[in-house]
Design a protein around this ligand. Structure first.
Ligand SMILES: *[C@@H]1O[C@H](CO)[C@@H](O)[C@H](O)[C@H]1NC(C)=O
Ligand SMILES: *[C@@H]1O[C@H](CO)[C@@H](O)[C@H](O)[C@H]1NC(C)=O
Ligand SMILES: *[C@@H]1O[C@H](CO)[C@@H](O)[C@H](O)[C@H]1NC(C)=O
Ligand SMILES: *[C@@H]1O[C@H](CO)[C@@H](O)[C@H](O)[C@H]1NC(C)=O
Ligand SMILES: *[C@@H]1O[C@H](CO)[C@@H](O)[C@H](O)[C@H]1NC(C)=O
Length: 162
């Protein structure tokens, strides 16, 4: 019985490190951000379990059914602090909710659902300005007129009293 368990155990090694997907964390990973308007920085799968293996990142806009994918190779474990920790998935649409998975061999991760950042239109950023500068012109003209009237009053006062 024990022998059978032993053989089963060696045939089906416990897989502690399940295939996991997440964004890089700006606080832990030395990156400014893991989300862009056109992409995500995904943490590479655990190098201990998957280093050197070929994998795929599958992604789709949640509202649609079109699945896209990209191939990559999981980097080997390294002590090099400069080595990239994440995979840049780009050419995505801005402000859009995506579902992203890793697939390595037959293993598929849970989906990561995340939104790209929205791109604010240039015209929207500038919207407030023309109105405000119009008001500024009006105020400047009123102030200039008031100052002219005040000066004229002062000068005539000097002439009258003198
Ligand atoms: C990778 O998996 C191993 C176990 O297979 C675990 O000890 C290690 O902490 C994991 N590394 C990371 C970065 O999660
Ligand atoms: C990763 O390690 C494996 C063996 O451990 C080696 O065959 C492979 O060339 C390495 N890949 C890279 C990119 O260093
Ligand atoms: C991610 O979105 C999918 C739909 O594409 C949904 O089935 C799944 O439950 C969502 N997962 C999470 C963690 O929100
Ligand atoms: C990506 O990998 C899959 C299987 O791993 C392969 O069938 C496909 O041709 C690869 N695509 C590219 C563009 O290399
Ligand atoms: C951002 O997304 C909107 C809606 O999907 C699209 O109309 C717009 O062209 C995108 N802007 C850029 C810069 O990609």
């Amino acid at each position: 019985m024990l022998a059978v368990l032993f053989i089963l155990g060696t045939l089906c090694p416990l897989n502690n490190a399940a295939l996991d997907i997440s964004l890089l964390d700006p606080q832990l990973d030395d990156v400014l951000t893991a989300k862009f308007s056109d992409g995500f920085l995904l943490r590479f799968p655990n190098c201990t379990s998957y280093g050197g293996q070929d994998g795929q990142v599958l992604y789709q806009i949640i509202k649609t059914d079109e699945k896209l994918s990209e191939n990559f190779t999981v980097p080997n474990c390294t002590s090099d602090k400069q080595a990239p920790r994440g995979l840049l998935l780009n050419k995505l649409q801005n402000g859009t909710l995506y579902s992203v998975w890793y697939k390595i061999g037959e293993e598929i991760s849970l989906p990561l659902n995340s939104s790209t950042l929205p791109v604010t239109k240039f015209s929207e950023i500038n919207d407030g300005l023309p109105a405000r500068s119009g008001a500024m012109v009006v105020i400047t003209v009123i102030l200039a007129l008031a100052m002219a009237v005040l000066l004229a009053g002062l000068i005539s006062l000097i002439f009258i009293s003198g």
